[in-house]
Design a protein. Structure first.
Length: 163
C-alpha cells in the first residue's frame, strides 16, 4: 500500500509518494524523481534512511497548515495542495476520507451527531503521528464507517456530513 501526499513548495505543486518494496526498502518519489531507500523509524519518530551509500536523517512536523520537513540540516516548508484539502477532507465538503493508510485511533462522532465546520470527527494514526480529520462543513453526521482499531487505506471513506 503506497502513501501519496500532494503539497505546494515555493508556489509549485509537489507530489510525494512512498511505496514499500519489502523489508525496510521503499521507493520514494518526490516530484518526478524516484529514489530507492532503506529506512528505519527511530524511537523519537525521526527516520534514518540510506541512499547511494550515505546515511540521512529526516523528520517531519506539522506547523499550522504547513509541514516542516528537516533533512540533513536543511528545512523545507510544504503546504497542502489546494487541489486536496488537508487532514482528509475537501474544503467545503462533508466527505471525510483517510489522507493516508493508517489505523483509526478514535471516532468522536456517531450518525446523527450535529457538528460545526472544523470539528474533529476521526483521529487516524499513521507514520507515528496522529492526524485529526475534520469536517469541512457544519451539519449532521449521516454516515460513519470508521471503527476504532481498524486499519484503513488512503482514500477510504470514514464519515460523511450533510448540511
Amino acid at each position: 500500500m503506497s502513501i501519496r501526499r500532494d503539497f505546494v513548495h515555493d508556489g509549485q505543486p509537489l507530489t510525494v509518494q512512498l511505496k514499500p518494496l519489502g523489508g525496510a526498502r521503499y521507493a520514494v518519489q518526490v516530484g518526478t524523481h524516484v529514489y530507492e531507500v532503506e529506512a528505519t523509524v527511530l524511537p523519537d519518530g525521526r527516520v534514518r534512511f540510506h541512499l547511494d551509500g550515505k546515511s540521512h536523517l529526516v523528520e517531519a512536523a506539522p506547523s499550522g497548515k504547513q509541514v516542516q520537513v528537516r533533512l540533513d540540516g536543511h528545512t523545507w516548508i510544504l503546504e497542502p495542495s489546494r487541489g486536496r484539502a488537508r487532514a482528509g477532507h475537501d474544503a467545503g465538503s462533508g466527505v471525510i476520507e483517510a489522507p493516508m493508510t493508517g489505523t483509526i485511533a478514535k471516532v468522536l462522532v456517531e450518525v446523527g451527531s450535529a457538528v460545526e465546520k472544523g470539528a474533529t470527527l476521526v483521529v487516524l494514526t499513521a507514520m507515528k503521528m496522529e492526524h485529526k480529520l475534520v469536517s469541512g462543513i457544519a451539519g449532521r453526521v449521516v454516515e460513519v464507517t470508521a471503527r476504532e482499531g481498524a486499519t484503513v487505506d488512503q482514500g477510504a471513506l470514514l464519515a460523511r456530513v450533510e448540511p
